[in-house]
Design a protein around this ligand. Structure first.
Ligand code: PGA
Length: 263
């Protein structure tokens, strides 16, 4: 049975001075048997979040928001996988904000994904279409192309071992308050599994957890988790609000129990 996952993407919010306290509050408010929780703070807050969770005896994991594709070198401002050792066990790859602001292409995202897999980081690969692409009926083709590009350089067995997670995040739904419908997200999750099968990733197609992301709140999470093909959420804005995140994880706990997880 696939994991039920709630991943918090803090983006460029919090500081080393306050991130640990927020992580501690979130941890105590979101303990739900069977739900895998991941907090992805900015790089400079990884240590404070790690320490706060360790002090609290928490099983919540810590993730980075990106990672460089090379191990080391003349890459000013970048962070490599070896630098994350001891700080993070998960990593978000190919978030649309990095595609937009850092010019990340499918090919580069594929190299980052390969690096994460090699480093033993559990990757959350983000895919999702723009509004025009959804309106012109091209959403499934766009997402399939993103998957092909990102997975080209990655071995299916290695990615399965790394327990790859895919997040479907329609770009028009991120930070806009305009979420996709549960039915649309489920249809895309099915299309993602079909695309994985077409790539020859047959086992992964059934086993890979698929998260929905894009304006997830405690009020709409139920719509997504009512869909059996959706395995959790990648949460941005609401993940900085303990009350909201508590509601989201509580709903995920129902799904986890229905799947027999955490017993
Ligand atoms: P949002 O962000 O929940 O604020 O829409 C989601 C994400 O970008 O991962």
């Amino acid at each position: 049975m696939r994991d039920v996952i709630v991943a918090a993407n803090w983006k460029m919010h919090t500081t080393p001075a306050d991130a640990g306290e927020l992580a501690r509050i979130i941890d105590t408010r979101t303990r739900e048997p069977g739900v895998t929780r991941v907090i992805c703070p900015p790089f400079v807050c990884l240590a404070s979040v790690r320490d706060a969770l360790a002090d609290a005896g928490s099983d919540a994991a810590v993730g980075a928001q990106t990672v460089h594709h090379e191990l080391a070198g003349a890459y000013t401002g970048e962070i490599s996988a070896p630098m994350l050792e001891g700080l993070a066990t998960w990593v978000i790859i190919g978030h649309s904000e990095r595609r937009r602001d850092a010019g990340e292409t499918d090919e580069l995202i594929g190299r980052k994904l390969a690096r994460a897999v090699m480093a033993g980081l559990r990757p959350i690969l983000c895919v999702g279409e723009q509004l025009e692409e959804r309106e012109s009926g091209d959403a499934v083709d766009v997402v399939a192309r993103q998957l092909r590009g990102a997975l080209a350089a990655v071995d299916a067995a290695a990615a399965t071992d790394a327990r790859l997670v895919i997040a479907y995040e329609p770009v028009w739904a991120i930070g806009t308050g305009r979420n996709a419908t549960g039915a649309d997200a489920a249809a895309m999750a099915d299309a993602i599994r079909t695309a994985l099968g077409d790539l020859g990733w047959r086992d992964a197609a059934a086993d890979v957890p698929i998260l929905y992301g894009g304006s997830v709140t405690s009020a709409n999470i139920g719509e997504f988790l009512a869909e059996p093909s959706i395995d959790g959420a990648l949460v941005g804005g609401a993940s900085l609000k303990p009350d909201e995140l508590a509601g989201i994880v509580a709903r995920a706990g129902l799904t986890a129990r229905a799947r027999g997880l955490g017993a």
